[in-house]
Design a protein around this ligand. Sequence first.
Ligand SMILES: CC(C)(COP(=O)(O)OP(=O)(O)OC[C@H]1O[C@@H](n2cnc3c(N)ncnc32)[C@H](O)[C@@H]1OP(=O)(O)O)[C@@H](O)C(=O)NCCC(=O)NCCS
Length: 207
Amino acid sequence: MQVVIANNSHIQYAQIICDTIEDSAKQRGTGIAKRTTEYIVTKIENGNAVIALDGETFAGFCYIETWGHGKYVANSGLIVHPDYRGQGLATEIKKKVFEYSRKKFPDAKIFGITTGLAVMKINYDLGYEPVTFSELTDDPAFWSGCQTCKNYDILSRTDKKMCLCTGMLYDPAVKEHTHKHSYNKKVFKRLKSIKQNIFLKKEKKKK
Ligand SMILES: CC(C)(COP(=O)(O)OP(=O)(O)OC[C@H]1O[C@@H](n2cnc3c(N)ncnc32)[C@H](O)[C@@H]1OP(=O)(O)O)[C@@H](O)C(=O)NCCC(=O)NCCS
């Protein structure tokens, strides 16, 4: 398995990347910011993506986005092909894209929003902290990406203050990135379930 910074030779994988992201979102039934093949191609061309290949077979992907005039960086669109899950590949890809982001944008705050428990665990281990949305970029272009998510209604009605996603942030200005508490799966699971209960209740009632 090789996990590398994507270059023009990887453009051929843009379609399978998009298809795998879309299929997984459908299966999970959760929200996701939709990305076009053209968008993925641009990320690859600009050296803002990491790809994992098993020989010539696509295994995983993640890309970098910059927001707020480069003050914020997000490592988004993480996907591992179903055939390669549960082997630590997402951890490896995220580590690579994180280290690359730190090198390329050393002063930027690195953040993500996710409903995925695996991603929360990976981010936490990399030194991210869970934060409120007010700590994240206020770049409208970032938040408008949420419009294609099926939970966008929640974000709108909370005036972009909260949603089912949890915001996580790595602040390079903070000297110490070791956590006071070790990762507690139960805490993140509970938080997710509380948010789902609160925010999706209204939806259920409507139906
Ligand atoms: C989420 C995803 C990227 C994980 O890929 P993966 O290669 O299987 O992940 P890893 O093997 O590196 O696992 C990372 C950690 O998360 C845990 N994990 C994996 N899947 C999990 C799940 N569904 N729920 C809770 N924890 C999970 C693993 O146990 C592991 O923890 P450990 O370090 O204590 O062993 C993959 O399932 C995927 O592509 N899903 C669809 C797309 C998606 O959800 N993307 C994230 C959008 S924010």
